[in-house]
Structures are given as C-alpha cells and as structure tokens.
Design a protein around this ligand. Structure first.
Ligand code: 2RA
Length: 329
C-alpha cells in the first residue's frame, strides 16, 4: 500500500513513521511529504531511505492513504485534492473535526461508522481522545450527564518550538518563545487561543468533540486546559456525573476490560498514572478512581496518555488499520 505522511518532518509526523514501523503497517511505498523547504531531505523508514516530496508531487503519486499532521490550513487546502485523486485522508488537525459530513474517530469507540465513502477522516484532539476512551464505556452503562475536566498538557502538544523554549529556560539561555510566558517552573492556563466565550480553543475542543464522538449533545462538558513543563504526555483530572448510581469496583472492572485502557489504581502501593510512565506507550492510563463524595452519582478519575502516540499518531494509524482490515481502502 502506498502511504503518504504529510508533515513527515514534524513531531507528530516522526512519531507516525515510528508507529507505522512498529506496527508493521502494510506499506509498499512510503511518501514522506513536507513543506517546500524540506523537499529533497532524506528520511529513513524501516532501513530504507526516502526523499521528502512536496504536496503537488504527493497527490500525483496517488497514495491509497495520506496521514496528515501539517496544520489546519494545509489540510483544508490539500486534503480535498488528495481525496479527489482517490486517496483516503486521515487528518490530525482540527480543520475537519466538526464538519457535519466528516467522521471524528477513536477506533475503539466509533470506527464502525466508517464507510468507503469517507475520504477525509478526522483524528480527534489528543486531550479528547484519552478522555473519551475512558468515558465511552461508562457512558454506555451509566449515561453521562456532565463532565468537568482540567487538563495538564505536555509542551510537546505545542511542538518543537515549545520543547526548545523549555530547554532554553532550563539552561538559562534566551531563545524563541512558543508561549507568551516562561514555561519553566510555571503553569500556563492557556492552550491555544481564546474564543469569545472566554474559553480557549483547546477547552472547546473537549466540549464539542466529546459530544460528537459519543453522539450525545446532551452531555454537558466544561474544561480548563493548562500547559505544564513536561514532555511525557497529557494528564486530566475528570469529574463525571452520571444519570444513575454506580459501583466503583464495577467502574474499575469496566475500564479494565476496555481495549486501550490500563487501570493503574491502588493507593496502598502508590499506583497511579503519570506522564513519566505513559511516555512512549499507546495505552490510556486511568487511576485515582473514586466517588465524588460531594455529589450523588459522580466519579473522579485521573487519565494520562502520551499525546503524540494515542493522542495523535497511534490513533491515526489505528484508523488506517481499521480501514485496511475492513476493505474500506
Ligand atoms: C496541544 N492538543 O496540546 C493540542 C494540539 N496538539 O497543544
């Protein structure tokens, strides 16, 4: 299968190549795609060298699948061109996620919605993926009324410039700023830009994407997204109110039996999820599972995942695997 990776030289693109190789995705020809300034650059994939090509060339090569992580503008401009040429696009940007005719997919939850006609498929935001993967099975059993989520997001979600800023600040040197403020020894309560309602785009993604993926606009969601100076993954403190009561041990059992979820939850042994542990792994880790004693039918939990893997590259490739396994490409 001919597979294009659009944004191959970026942080998520590089993880996509790593995961494609790790999972032995059936690639007969890799087409690494990047901006004009990177055209001609060589990248190595499974022991073979490939030259980076531009978007126009990549479309003309008619890949069966194009995995995009190149920003919303590039996706809006080029995903339709690939689709018109017969390529199925799986896009990591937010460009297509809320389009009524585009599917927003976490394979363990709603891959069955996909058909051959879906030529542009949206990969949800990283902080949404890890939260809905844990909440979907609980919604099915107990019906979610409301979610309150606070996120503690890795700087890798912003990209290389942010990682460089932290390294510079740690070393005490000056450099380009990815954020308005110092991130070293700090926590910035702003991920992405502010919308008119005082929430950031990142916070509203958690609201809108959760309702779309769980196909339930009655679920009330409110979020606070915070950037913290770590690299291993995103952490989330989630408070969820159900329509009915629940048994905490039953919740643990449901989560334990959910593909892609690993329950790390034992206060006697100080076992709980941490980004340091989640880094480089594909699972979503859930712990600190406990009843909210301040309100009936309400649960607290702590959810951690590597935002570059299950939060982006791995989820994208799992969608591609589903398409191949079900003859949809
Ligand atoms: C972030 N989820 O963490 C966004 C985009 N990757 O900044």
């Amino acid at each position: 299968m001919k597979v294009a990776v659009v944004g191959a030289t970026g942080m998520v693109g590089e993880v996509m190549l790593q995961v494609l190789a790790e999972r032995n995705f059936p690639i007969t020809e890799l087409i690494p795609v990047a901006s004009e300034k990177s055209v001609g650059k060589e990248i190595e994939f499974k022991g073979k060298k490939y030259s980076v090509v531009g978007l126009e060339t990549a479309v003309s090569m008619k890949p069966e699948i194009a995995l995009f992580s190149a920003g919303g503008e590039t996706s809006l401009a080029w995903a339709p061109k690939f689709a018109k040429a017969g390529t199925t696009v799986i896009d990591n940007s937010s460009a297509w996620r809320m389009h009524a005719d585009k599917k927003l997919i976490v394979p363990e939850i709603n891959a069955s919605e996909l058909t051959k006609e879906d030529k542009i498929i949206a990969n949800p935001n990283c902080s949404t993926i890890q939260m809905v993967l844990a909440l979907a099975p609980l919604h099915k059993k107990y019906n979610i009324k409301r979610i309150i989520v606070s996120t503690y997001q890795s700087i890798t979600g912003t990209g290389v410039k942010a990682v460089q800023q932290l390294e510079n600040e740690y070393a005490g040197t000056k450099g380009e700023m990815a954020y308005k403020y110092q991130i070293h020894r700090n926590a910035i309560p702003q991920c992405d830009v502010f919308e008119d309602n005082g929430y950031t785009k990142e916070e509203m993604k958690l609201v809108r994407e959760t309702q779309k993926i769980l196909s339930d606009k009655t679920i009330a969601v409110t979020a606070t997204a915070v950037r913290v100076p770590i690299v291993g993954g995103h952490s989330e403190a989630v408070n969820v109110e159900f329509s009915t009561d629940f048994d905490v041990n039953d919740v643990r059992k449901i989560l334990h039996e959910t593909p892609g979820i690993v329950v790390q939850d034992n206060t006697d042994t100080f076992t709980y999820p941490m980004p340091l542990y989640a880094h480089g792994k594909d699972d979503v880790f859930v712990g600190r599972i406990r009843r909210d004693e301040s309100q009936p039918n309400t649960l607290n939990m702590w959810i951690v995942a590597d935002n570059l893997r299950k939060g982006a590259a791995t989820n994208t490739i799992q969608i591609a695997e589903y398409l191949v396994a079900n003859g949809l490409v």
